[in-house]
Design a protein. Structure first.
Length: 136
């Protein structure tokens, strides 16, 4: 059942559960989710049920806000300068694009760049050593 649980639906579910119906049976009969029936079962009154729902909504909103905050906005700018590029005459405006990535991904990219820089330096050293030995 889509929509709000009314006092009548709350009472009907309570009666079903008190008379031995399982959560699954009550949920199927009343066309509610098992989570909703479980919340009704754990509530002493309709008011308490609504308070539990409000607390769950508040917790969910807080969780979503924390997840959104964790996805810190990071602007990625090009590292290498662009040399002369001939643009078609039709292009009259350049647009800047900001890419948003999570903080953890940015940290992983930094570690990858450091690793690649180290590999590049080692390769340059090896090539230089080989060149010196060949000239001898």
């Amino acid at each position: 059942m889509k929509g709000k649980v009314t006092q009548q639906i709350f009472s009907a579910v309570k009666i079903l559960l008190e008379n031995g119906a399982t959560i699954a049976e009550a949920a199927k009969f009343m066309k509610l989710s098992e989570v909703t029936v479980r919340a009704i079962r754990n509530s002493e009154s309709f008011t308490e049920y609504n308070n539990i729902l409000a607390a769950n909504r508040k917790a969910y909103a807080k969780k979503k806000a924390a997840e959104k905050k964790a996805e810190t906005v990071t602007t990625v700018t090009p590292v290498t300068p662009v040399t002369a590029v001939t643009l078609p005459k039709e292009v009259t405006q350049v647009k800047t694009v900001n890419v948003q990535i999570p903080w953890q991904l940015m940290q992983e990219m930094k570690r990858t760049n450091e690793l690649l820089t180290g590999i590049s330096n080692k390769l340059a050293f090896i090539v230089e050593e080989l060149t010196v030995e060949v000239k001898k």
